[in-house]
Design a protein. Structure first.
Length: 367
């Protein structure tokens, strides 16, 4: 009798837990349709989507073994949220990336270079980072380079590192210091002539820039942007560790982290709408790259992506982590392109010179 009661109680417990996970997953599946500027918690919930998917898969297996009829609950939830699964994991496979470009293709690189600060704490190593970053990019033989958190100064002319091979460029200069002798922001370098360029200024600190490139007889508009980050400092990362360890001060630490996340989600919601508006106005086939600071399950990603193709999903395999801190599921950097383009190959290059991973794609405008 006692065994029967334990069995029934255990079964009810698993059903309740499964139902709660299904509920959270279905709410998270609404994230692409809800602007975080209105309801910011949906942005936070989108971060949990890969883990919710994993939990539902495990529950499916559990129920198939113990009580097959109950497996319908997680299976139906996964089918309803298939759109979320399709952008979390790439299934197309990643063949060996070749340095040789296919005929008529051009190679585009996207990388948040973290202000050339590098990951090493050694002072001498930090001085060498700017040259190592440039070398890492140039050895991929790119035709177009899109960089975020790029800086340039009289003392360290980082533009000169690329100008000899990519003579055309457009720099956002979002931040200026020392009477304008220090500038930072997003930059586009190109081997192809830039016949027009522009900048969409966000209400916050960043911007969206574009360059119209003349490749043969074709004009292609390339956008790049750096959307609002959480702006976590060393103290914030320490607070996150307190939360993980359930430290006595974890409550106040959680409040501090949540305030920063709320502010960032609201700003990104506004920025995503501005980016979408700019993409809609493009008179040419377009590509947008950048550090969106948001995951594929977010309003930010879906709004900007629209009906564009995601180079990672087209030619890669796995979760595609692009930010090396905090969690193994953070794909926040992208190369998105109109359907007029074909993606020949795609690669993710971790040079341990930034907290972001470099993206490389060979693309071609279909005729």
């Amino acid at each position: 009798m006692a065994k029967g009661w334990i069995r029934k109680t255990t079964k009810k417990f698993f059903i309740i837990v499964n139902a709660i996970i299904v509920l959270f997953f279905l709410i998270a599946a609404l994230s692409p349709y809800i602007n975080p500027n209105q309801i910011w918690l949906h942005g936070l919930l989108a971060l949990t989507t890969p883990y919710l998917i994993l939990a539902l898969i495990l529950f499916t297996l559990f129920w198939l073994i113990s009580k097959p009829i109950w497996s319908l609950m997680p299976i139906i939830a996964l089918l309803i949220g298939w759109q979320q699964i399709s952008v979390v994991f790439a299934w197309t496979g990643n063949s060996i990336f070749t340095k040789r470009k296919a005929e008529n293709h051009f190679r585009i690189v996207n990388w948040n270079v973290q202000s050339f600060n590098g990951l090493s704490k050694d002072a001498l190593a930090k001085k060498l980072v700017r040259n190592e970053v440039a070398s890492s990019i140039l050895k991929t033989y790119p035709d177009v380079i899109c960089l975020q958190e790029f800086n340039n100064a009289e003392a360290e002319n980082n533009i000169s590192l690329f100008k000899s091979t990519h003579r055309y460029y457009f720099f956002s200069k979002d931040h200026k210091r020392n009477d304008g002798t220090y500038q930072s922001g997003c930059i586009i370098f190109s081997k192809y002539p830039i016949i027009d360029s522009g900048r969409v200024v966000f209400p916050s600190e960043e911007s969206l820039i574009y360059a119209d490139l003349l490749k043969g007889n074709d004009t292609i508009r390339v956008f790049t942007t750096h959307l609002q980050s959480f702006k976590f400092k060393k103290k914030d990362y320490a607070d996150i560790e307190k939360i993980k360890e359930s430290d006595e001060s974890s409550f106040s630490a959680s409040l501090s982290i949540m305030r920063k996340m709320k502010a960032a989600y609201k700003k990104r919601g506004i920025q995503a709408d501005l980016v979408r508006n700019a993409l809609n106005k493009s008179p040419y086939p377009s590509v947008i790259t950048g550090d969106f600071n948001d995951v594929p399950n977010s309003y930010t990603y879906f709004n900007i992506k629209g009906d564009k193709n995601d180079a990672f999903l087209q030619r890669s395999f796995g979760l595609g982590r692009t930010f090396i801190s905090l969690a193994p599921t953070l794909r926040i950097d992208y190369i998105l392109l109109d359907k007029q383009f074909e993606v020949k190959q795609f690669d993710m290059v971790d040079e341990s010179l930034s907290d972001h991973i470099m993206l490389v794609a060979d693309i071609r405008l279909k005729k």
